[in-house]
Write a protein that binds this ligand. Structure first.
Ligand code: ZN
Ligand code: ZN
Length: 253
């Protein structure tokens, strides 16, 4: 069983319907978490994902809309009364991410694991990690001046790709090659663009078509995306299935 849960389909702009970034891919009973933007800990609760049983979190880059709930997340793992976490936790992030965590923990020492082992792994270039029935591979992408990666998840003969935040680049296409599901950032309608930082609908369609992705879920949607015909714009140049991500939406593969 593969279940994809969109926890946050929004950005750093406060917007009631769309939380900052976060995703969960449940493989049988194993939840793999991707990004931890502000409000994701609460969204996990709403989606029925227990922070006590999660063990794997993949961070795409260090912008606050993808990382700021790391603080309450680690605080809860350490200081929930009558609960002592002893199972290890695995945190994956782009090049330099362990150093960022160290700095966060200097400011918030309550994040330092009390009774469990925290294993941090840099997913610098193309790095693979795997579990019982899954494999996740990182792929560096361009995102302004911030080190960022996209992720490719392979499990049970299916491929799910997650763009993270990215401008248009060949490595994003490579990451999404022949994906059954591509969760892709779509920050802007076609009338706007921010080259090398985010994607607009025209670029999303081009990435998806060149990659041969079968199905798209659009995410990282700024509020104005809900006022504009972004699906139609993508359908002009992409013939596969496409839908807008919504918070707490679940997709089975
Ligand atoms: Zn973002
Ligand atoms: Zn970003």
């Amino acid at each position: 069983m593969i279940e994809v849960i969109i926890l946050g389909s929004g950005t750093g702009v406060p917007y009631y319907p769309r939380n900052s970034s976060g995703y969960c891919i449940k493989i049988n009973d194993t939840p793999l978490l991707f990004d931890m933007g502000a409000g994701i800990v609460r969204r996990m609760l709403e989606a029925g994902i227990d922070y006590k049983t999660t063990e794997h979190l993949f961070i795409s880059h260090r912008h606050p809309d993808h990382t700021s709930d790391l603080i309450p997340f680690f605080f809860a793992m350490n200081y929930t009364p009558q609960y002592k976490r002893t199972t290890p936790f695995y945190l994956y992030g782009p090049d330099g991410f362990p150093e960022i965590m160290k700095k966060m923990m200097d400011i918030y020492p309550w994040m330092l694991p009390r009774h469990f082992h925290l294993e941090m792994k840099e997913m610098a270039k193309k790095t693979e990690v795997s579990g019982e029935s899954w494999m996740v591979r990182s792929q560096p992408v361009i995102h302004g001046d911030v080190t960022a990666v996209s992720y490719r998840i392979e499990t049970q003969g299916k491929v799910i790709a997650y763009s993270g935040d990215s401008g248009y680049c060949d490595s994003l296409i490579e990451n999404a090659k022949d994906a059954d599901l591509l969760i892709i950032e779509c920050s802007f309608p076609s009338r706007l663009e921010l080259k090398g930082v985010h994607l607009n609908t025209r670029e999303v369609a081009e990435v998806a078509s060149k990659a041969g992705a079968k199905k798209l879920i659009l995410t990282h949607l700024y509020p104005f995306c809900d006022e504009e015909p972004i699906l139609e714009e993508i359908r002009e140049n992409f013939k596969g299935e496409v839908q807008k991500g919504e918070d707490l939406m679940k997709v089975n593969l």
